[in-house]
Design a protein around this ligand. Structure first.
Ligand SMILES: Nc1ncnc2c1ncn2[C@@H]1O[C@H](COP(=O)(O)OP(=O)(O)O)[C@@H](O)[C@H]1O
Ligand SMILES: [Mg+2]
Length: 236
């Protein structure tokens, strides 16, 4: 049975997919049998009349894992809005049991499963009934929180940590993403350590892509530098 880790963002676009791909990549690079899972994707990419999960595509580009989208993603919705409303618009009924069964299938095949949430911890998957935090509790796995480095992160991150702690969910640490070496980011990290008492596992730099450089190769180098395998294994 695989060990699981849930990647929670303090917000949308903070780098959950970037970090999920990085953890999966580092584990696989060190010959650990790891795969990522995206229970519900909204804002899917339309390609050849099919809706594809951009988050899964990114993980595949980084890790070159040979796995089907069906295994790695339970629901893929087109509208770029919260999953509950995307599902309503598209007449899709999200069934939490399907998600839990899909996770179980991955658990049987892999030793490490890295689950990417949608948005933040209080995002609804089913209106008024089922939220990301319900899914974390049902999966019964610890979380790591991906937070922005820059302005606004103290409030978002402190609130996220507080909410998760109150639910009794284990927090393995914070990952600060998109760091660009400025004094206020350093201070944010200091303040967050103080307020939350949660370990900062890693600080991931903001990638600047030059003209002849490729995002995927640069991301892999950044993962090698910022996600030590020993620390990654300790998250599970
Ligand atoms: N450290 C980083 N450096 C440069 N670009 C990044 C970094 N982290 C994320 N991004 C980019 O920012 C955008 C949002 O990141 P993503 O991982 O998709 O966020 P989320 O999954 O939380 O919505 C993407 O285009 C991604 O490629
Ligand atoms: Mg994402």
């Amino acid at each position: 049975m695989a060990k699981g880790l849930f990647v929670i963002g303090t917000d949308t676009d903070v780098g959950k997919t970037f970090v999920t791909a990085g953890i999966t990549y580092i584990l696989r690079k060190h010959n650990f049998n790891a795969c990522s899972f995206k229970p519900v994707q909204s804002g899917g990419i339309v390609k050849d009349n099919k809706v594809l999960s951009g988050d899964i595509e990114f993980v595949k580009d980084i890790t070159e894992i040979n796995e089907t989208n069906t295994m790695m993603n339970s629901y893929c919705l087109k509208e770029a809005v919260s999953p509950h409303i995307a599902a309503e618009i598209e007449n899709v009924t999200i069934d939490k049991n399907k998600i839990l069964e899909d996770y179980k299938k991955l658990q049987e095949k892999y030793d490490y499963v890295i689950v990417e949430g949608a948005g933040g911890i209080i995002v609804p998957l089913i209106r008024g009934k089922y939220y990301i935090y319900d899914l974390v509790k049902d999966l019964d796995i610890p979380v790591i929180i991906v937070a922005r480095a820059g302005v606004g992160t103290i409030n978002h991150t402190a609130l996220t940590v507080d909410f998760i702690k109150r639910l009794g969910i284990e927090i393995k640490g914070l990952i600060i993403n998109g760091y660009s070496n400025s004094f206020y980011e350093d201070d944010n990290i200091k303040v967050l350590k103080n307020i939350t008492n949660v370990d900062v596992i890693s600080i991931i730099n903001k990638l600047n892509i030059g003209e002849n450089e490729d995002f995927i190769s640069k991301a892999r180098v950044e993962y090698d530098n910022s996600l030590e395998i020993k620390k990654v294994l300790n998250l599970f």
